[in-house]
Unconditional design. Structure first.
Length: 134
């Protein structure tokens, strides 16, 4: 069933692109918007963008987890299982950072958690790239 595994890989890669792409976009765009907009305008835009990131997360993170587990069970040799475990731990940390970001009112903490999510997400992509070399 090569078509099924191609579709699963496609969902995995597309979800990773969407999740990391939205994070990169917001991370690069917010400082510019903060300088260009009045404080209340920026808060409105940031709140709306954050809600959209939440929608992306609700779709992409479960898709990443399900497709990643499927791919790991199908394609990853036993000698590489440590990488799969590391990737699962990273995604648990991403979820924790995402929840912390949603629950905190501190701008500094939100910025730190956003940067943490982005770095962890990029680390997961790097591990995934390594795993595709198998």
């Amino acid at each position: 069933m090569p078509g099924v595994w191609t579709a699963i890989r496609f969902v995995h890669v597309l979800s990773a692109i969407a999740w990391v792409g939205v994070q990169l976009t917001l991370f690069m765009l917010f400082p510019v918007l903060r300088r260009q907009l009045e404080a209340e305008q920026f808060r409105t835009v940031a709140r709306t963008a954050g809600m959209r990131l939440g929608i992306v997360a609700v779709i992409t993170l479960p898709a990443l987890l399900a497709s990643g587990i499927a791919l790991a069970s199908h394609q990853v040799p036993g000698s590489e299982r440590g990488w799969v475990t590391a990737k699962l731990v990273i995604w648990a940390l991403v979820l924790a950072a995402f929840a912390g970001h949603a629950l905190t009112a501190s701008r500094g903490r939100r910025l730190w958690l956003s940067a943490t999510m982005l770095v962890l997400s990029l680390a997961a992509v790097a591990i995934g790239t390594h795993l595709t070399e198998m």
